[in-house]
Write a protein that binds this ligand. Sequence first.
Ligand code: AMP
Length: 418
Amino acid sequence: MKFIDLKLCDAVYEGIEAMGFDEPSKVQEKVIPLALQKKDLIACAQTGTGKTAAYLLPLMHHLHATKSEKIKGIILAPTRELALQIDQQFQGFAYFAGLESTAIYGGNDPAIWERQRVAIETGANILIASPGRLLSHLNLGYVDLSELEYLILDEADKMLDMGFMEDLTKIIKYLPKDKKRQTMMFSATMPPKIRILAKMILTDPEEINIAISKPAEGILQAAYLTYNNQKNRLICHLLKEKEMESAIIFSSTKHTVKTLVKELVVEGINAKAIHSDLDQSERETVMLDFRNKKFPILVATDIVSRGIDVDNIELVINYDVPQDAEDYVHRIGRTARAASTGVGLTFINEEDQFKFSRIEKLIETVIFKIPNPPEIGDGPEYNPNSSKKKKPYPKRDGKKNFSGKRKPNFNKNNKKKD
Ligand code: AMP
């Protein structure tokens, strides 16, 4: 799926482009269409899956044309750090949508309290708040929620673990009863107390589960840092070094699959391709021959990464880094099936490093980076944070900014000042 298939408004697409996102993550693919229909939903998704953009983008789509300076949405988060992180993503996306947000969190600094109060009273459309501090502002009576249409709870399980149930219940009582509201709840886990909270605040919710599976124990995982022009030579080197009975090479694009197969064949390697340009019977023939070990190397797009049961695949090579952790697990899961062992190798170029680091985070494994063989030469340094695509924000003339100086900050390590 592409972002364009999600039918968001132009201002939101500009934000997505500025943030350097190419394709939606799994949770975004599932959440955004439902959120655009204003459905209530409960989603089981961990940090790192892209859940923040999954709710921010549809929220912005709905609100971008709003001329109102009243509070339209509240996003509740358990900690100051998460509230600031969400606010930072909001600023990055919202620059083009002309929306204002403010982060509301605790602390003893009176200047911060005052800044929060002014933002609440003078035109923040979205409050990104920790429950305790939001409640303190609500109790003082100046928070106008009469136009509130959206409520989002992020890391709901953590909020309950931190003892916020009572505060949440009180906050809900402040929300307008006569107005239709969309409520979305995100939680890494689904214990019974989350179900109770969901019953209390959601209406006829859709359920989304983005469970991240882990690669099987028997898979030896490693990666090479390679420039694009080193990849084919490295594949030939690896396949010639040790004779394989069965190996799969995955690539995201059929163009790469087709050209790589041609190159392998020229090098005397017996490889065949499978991709969506083949018709069903051609695909079945290729798969049958591969299963029966009539040829050793299959070069494939992701169409065969799920569910294909081929025994004794010794090696899986990711020619490029899959879009998300789930695809990675499916791809390398083709090897080491049924308690056997296998090797999963991934080629990481400069642009894919951030994507790869996200996968490492999700599967909670740091994957060993093997030095390139001397005949291939050194690849790029592993520096995932600088591989995240960033574009400078353009000037937006004449748009009021209630703090007078806030601009989107695309550098997630560069925390906003209080
Ligand atoms: P989250 O799970 O929302 O905390 O997101 C984790 C990281 O992934 C953040 O740094 C996001 O900026 C990034 N991210 C979210 N969605 C995408 C996407 N579709 N493409 C690339 N990066 C993304």
